[in-house]
Design a protein around this ligand. Structure first.
Ligand SMILES: Cc1cc2nc3c(=O)[nH]c(=O)nc-3n(C[C@H](O)[C@H](O)[C@H](O)COP(=O)(O)OP(=O)(O)OC[C@H]3O[C@@H](n4cnc5c(N)ncnc54)[C@H](O)[C@@H]3O)c2cc1C
Length: 294
């Protein structure tokens, strides 16, 4: 039986950010996961504290961006600046929502100078480098043990759940599973452009569907692809050519009272999950807080 002081279930951006930080700090840590990330494997991820159509500043968005800039830059290139066209009639409203974020107005929009995009797949691989990782499927959460398929058990003085939507049933966590689609393109957009949909690197993404059945990715729908391409055309004046598509499912926990709902105590340890479409934004901030508790 393998054991460690801290056993982390999940090797997505949440689990690996935590495991990396603990491992670098000399702590005894073991990650147990079926694969390197699940929702954490889009072709690109935007780290942008201004969210959604209304461009609302995410809770603790400035602090989260600061932590993300400091952490991810050690592992992958950060492609700084997100450009957001702002229709004339919305300018005053948007200006009020920018908080203390560094920005400048350019042409018909605003440039967020410290927001960025990165490539999640090399990030996950680099975060995992050197960190003890056991590949396997966890069937039960029985503190201080995780019980794996095949009968193996792993023991942790503290267990941390970072298993996203796929493993949420292990803890009986009720959240929403929201499918998302990212098209990869033949074109390359060095600076992210975001308004309804986003273009960044060779990716085109956006949130079309609002609810799915569970953690298994459904096939892309026709309406979804057309909606993404129309959104891209509105941003750059033509329909980019599509090379392939990546489907993932976000897992979102509902807000519960005050504060971010993604880090909370559970039997045997903690859970860091339910990050919806903000996993890359919040992971370094929340992991910093969790590491302080461990
Ligand atoms: C289409 C799409 C686009 C996105 N774009 C962005 C973006 O631009 N910016 C952003 O910040 N976020 C984005 N997100 C959201 C972000 O990807 C998620 O918030 C984040 O990846 C969640 O990470 P996680 O570590 O919690 O979970 P996951 O990445 O899902 O990782 C879960 C881990 O747990 C393991 N696991 C689960 N159950 C078990 C089990 N029973 N046994 C063993 N292992 C198990 C899995 O193998 C995996 O390693 C996007 C998501 C999607 C779907």
């Amino acid at each position: 039986m393998r054991e460690a002081e801290v056993v982390v279930l999940g090797a997505g951006v949440a689990g690996l950010t935590l495991a990396r930080l603990l491992w670098e700090g000399g702590r005894s840590v073991l990650v147990v996961a079926e694969a390197l990330g699940e929702a954490s494997r889009p072709p690109v991820a935007l780290v942008n504290p201004l969210r959604g159509r209304r461009f609302t500043l995410a809770e603790e968005g400035e602090r989260a961006l600061e932590a993300a800039l400091a952490f991810y830059g050690r592992f992958v290139s950060l492609h700084l600046e997100v450009y957001r066209p702002v229709p004339e009639r919305e300018r005053d409203q948007v200006a009020k929502r920018l908080g203390g974020l560094r920005h400048r107005w350019e042409g018909g929009g605003v440039v967020l100078e410290e927001a960025f995009w990165l490539e999640p797949r090399p990030l996950l691989e680099r975060l995992a480098r050197g960190v003890p990782l056991l590949k396997g499927r966890v069937l039960a959460w029985e503190p201080p043990y995780l019980c794996l398929e095949g009968g193996e058990r792993v023991r942790g003085e503290i267990l941390v759940y970072a298993g996203g939507g796929r493993g949420a049933h292990l803890l009986g966590l009720g959240g929403r599973h929201v499918p998302g689609l990212v098209l990869t393109l033949l074109d390359y957009f060095p600076r992210a452009i975001s308004y309804r949909v986003y273009l960044a690197g060779s990716a085109l993404g956006g949130s079309y569907l609002s609810e799915g059945e569970g953690p298994d990715p459904p096939p892309p729908t026709k309406g979804e692809v057309a909606w993404l391409l129309e959104g891209a055309e509105a941003l750059v004046g033509y329909r980019p050519q599509v090379a392939s598509a990546w489907r993932g499912v976000r897992f979102r926990l509902p807000a519960q009272g005050e504060g971010l709902p993604y880090l909370f105590p559970v039997e045997g340890g903690y859970a860091l999950t339910g990050l919806g479409s903000t996993g890359f934004l919040y992971a370094p901030l929340l992991v910093g807080r969790l590491a302080g508790k461990l």
